[in-house]
Design a protein around this ligand. Sequence first.
Ligand code: OGA
Ligand code: MN
Length: 228
Amino acid sequence: MGALNAQPTDDGSGHEHCVFQQIAAGLRTQGWCVVPDALPPLLAAELFEQVRTASSGEFLLAGVGRSRDHVHNRFVRRDRIRWIDGRAEAEQQWLAWCGRLQVYLNRQLFLGLFSFESHFAHYRPGDFYKKHVDAFRSVEPDRDSRRVLSLLTYLNPGWQLSDGGELVIYDVEGTASLQKVMPAYGTVVVFLSTEVPHEVLPAARDRYSIAGWFRVNGSVADRPDPPR
Ligand code: OGA
Ligand code: MN
């Protein structure tokens, strides 16, 4: 990412900058934050269209665990995912938005974020993802433990409280629930991947989200560490 797109660029209303500021402030003070209506409406609409019209064959059963012992465990999670590779214009816009957030957070919080990966997730009625953290602190970080920040956004127009499907955010011990987040259209959630246990409760209707991770560099010698 060059210096040219280092400044947040948006529709000129300052909305993007304001959202990025809220994210940085939340991370600084408590390690997580929830920002309603954060995703630009046009981008949200295009991403929703993308996920709504994707054939179910494009979505694969999601796995759990670190790269080496990646398994499918239907008692842990039941969502189906499709990695975002920038094949559609909407995906490129999404990756660009996340790229600007990465630059902003590196400047504000000195996180040294290096790459980003994300996938669409589809939870059918009744699907869940049990309490987990997205990365483990370790001395010799493997691929997943280089995840520093987790980013979630929701693509569910007209979501009601009675639809369920909340994201539950826990304290660092994983005992006390701190907040329940409705997967409402355009809400963005960002948190430190190793510090914030979280869970997806079953929903009464189809639930669409994007989950993404900013990672630090895992280069060995001069061999770069490309995104997935
Ligand atoms: C994940 C995750 C939460 C959500 O994919 O790791 O926690 O609300 N997703 O989709
Ligand atoms: Mn997670």
